[in-house]
Design a protein around this ligand. Structure first.
Ligand SMILES: *[C@@H]1O[C@H](CO)[C@@H](O)[C@H](O)[C@H]1NC(C)=O
Ligand SMILES: *[C@@H]1O[C@H](CO)[C@@H](O)[C@H](O)[C@H]1NC(C)=O
Ligand SMILES: *[C@@H]1O[C@H](CO)[C@@H](O)[C@H](O)[C@H]1NC(C)=O
Ligand SMILES: *[C@@H]1O[C@H](CO)[C@@H](O)[C@H](O)[C@H]1NC(C)=O
Length: 456
């Protein structure tokens, strides 16, 4: 499905691709990687085994565009069909088959025939040309400037647009889609599977800042929060995923979510026994909620957020959560640090001053010390993944100003820093011998050095 923003219009290239996608359905799909994917969904039944069909760029040279008939006919691998045709996979033979869709039958028979000579529509050959163009990487607008040089791209884009005007009705705006999804989700007779699919679609949509905000104003936030309370863990997981994505870098949604009690709901889920996959997405949502939002961070701390995370950290035997948790703490510390480093300055605008004031109320460092995180974070150094150790080292450094006493008195931490340094020095040396120097391990050594330096 192609979603175009309600507010932002599609670029001409995107429109071109869309129109082509709508109009050309090849049946070459075996290597989805480099493919344009078209979901054939011609109206009028036969949905059962209609296929996702793809156009592969490298095969464009060999495309033969076939005119569908009223009867099903078998397609060869290198044959393409105009979209609107019905394409199906014959499960008995494994062959793809095509026939004219009823609505299009008239188009291709009557209308098309009448206008054939005046070329208000486009021929199979032109479609081929268009695909070739795409393969060659020619940009549409560039072609459009070269009036009359090549007959297809310039003239036909306009005609495609006109021809497809009726299809525009089928392309819903994101707003319409979300409205429909919410109604369906809310309907009492929709099944769990159906609701899961709806959440999946919403998760995709809310990555756009506008969409996430629209979702809130349509009452979708309540619906998603309700999903967190579901008795089906798959719905909980997916609802938390939608929430986390909607919250990401979206201050307006963050505010609305806190107002709607999202923080409490999420912390409750983390604190109670839930399947791991649910907790994983819930943790993601918490992190998105707290990011760059001191108000929520303060409430997180005062609602026992750190204790909840501590239990999760301690019971995380296979290390799924530790690195994420430590990263979250690190982010909170460094956000506040960055803001505070600037210091209060009369020249700052009121918004910045307000941010500073809000961050000054987030006593993350003090809370970390008090809740024993100076002794917990070092445990992440024992992870086998370099990435996790890196997160640990960064956090240890960020926490050093408050945790130095604990670090110094921890013999095991001192030892593990030494052995890690040896290990990474060895890796740097090996890489150097092989002539493939990366800075990653050297940077780990830097982290360890400065940590040791602080602890002296
Ligand atoms: C739910 O019921 C409405 C009418 O009552 C119907 O239109 C709709 O298709 C049903 N939805 C599902 C998923 O069964
Ligand atoms: C869902 O339905 C309830 C009552 O049936 C209604 O109050 C609520 O606004 C609906 N929510 C959405 C998002 O449509
Ligand atoms: C979820 O359940 C909790 C406790 O059962 C309740 O307090 C909360 O209001 C519910 N949230 C939603 C959005 O239904
Ligand atoms: C000391 O550091 C080790 C990691 O090297 C960690 O596992 C342990 O929890 C720390 N102990 C204390 C008391 O800080």
């Amino acid at each position: 499905m192609v979603h175009c923003g309600a507010s932002s219009s599609c670029s001409s290239m995107a429109l071109f691709m869309l129109l082509l996608c709508c109009h050309i359905a090849s049946t070459l799909g075996q290597k989805p990687d480099s493919a344009l994917t078209v979901v054939e969904n011609a109206e009028g039944g036969d949905k059962g085994n209609e296929q996702e069909v793809t156009v592969l760029e490298e095969d464009v040279e060999n495309l033969k565009v076939v005119q569908p008939q009223e009867q099903w006919q078998t397609l060869k691998p290198d044959e393409a069909v105009p979209a609107g045709s019905h394409v199906r996979l014959n499960l008995q033979t494994g062959q793809r088959e095509v026939k004219l869709a009823e609505e299009n039958r008239q188009y291709w028979t009557n209308k098309h025939k009448e206008k054939e000579d005046s070329q208000t529509s486009f021929s199979a050959d032109e479609l081929k040309q268009a695909l070739k163009k795409m393969k060659d990487g020619d940009h549409v607008s560039k072609d459009a400037d070269q009036q009359g040089s090549e007959s297809f791209p310039h003239r036909s884009i306009e005609e495609l647009k006109r021809d497809m005007a009726e299809l525009d009705l089928l392309v819903e705006t994101d707003l319409q889609i979300m409205k429909r999804l919410l109604d369906q989700f809310n309907s009492t007779n929709s099944t769990t599977e159906h609701r899961l699919n709806i959440l999946l679609e919403l998760e995709y949509l809310v990555h756009q800042v506008d969409n996430a905000q629209m979702l809130c104003s349509m009452g979708g936030l309540q619906m998603v929060l309700g999903g967190l309370n579901s008795s089906d863990s798959r719905l909980q997981e997916q609802a938390a995923f939608v929430l986390g994505s909607a919250l990401s870098s979206n201050p307006l949604v963050q505010v609305k979510a806190v107002e709607a009690g999202a923080l409490q709901s999420l912390l409750t889920l983390l604190a109670t026994s839930q399947p791991l996959n649910v907790k994983k997405k819930v943790l993601f949502a918490v992190a998105s909620l707290l990011r760059h939002f001191p108000y929520a961070q303060r409430h997180f701390l005062s609602h026992g957020g750190l204790q909840v995370l501590e239990v999760l950290f301690r019971t995380d035997s296979n290390g799924k959560f530790r690195s994420r948790i430590v990263t979250m703490l690190y982010d909170m510390i460094s956000e506040k640090e960055l803001i505070s480093q600037a210091g209060i300055d009369q020249s700052q605008d009121t918004a910045t001053q307000e941010r500073l004031r809000q961050y000054s109320k987030v006593s993350i460092q003090e809370e970390l010390l008090e809740k024993g995180w100076c002794n917990l974070v070092p445990q992440l150094l024992e992870a086998s993944e370099h990435d996790h150790r890196e997160k640990a080292l960064r956090a240890l450094l960020a926490m050093a100003p408050i945790c130095l006493d604990q670090y110094r008195s921890n013999k095991s931490l001192l030892d593990s820093l030494f052995s890690l340094k040896d290990q990474y020095q060895e890796m740097v040396d090996t890489e150097r011998l092989q002539g493939e120097e990366s800075d990653y391990f050297a940077e780990m050594i830097e982290f360890i050095n400065s940590l040791q330096h602080k602890m002296e």
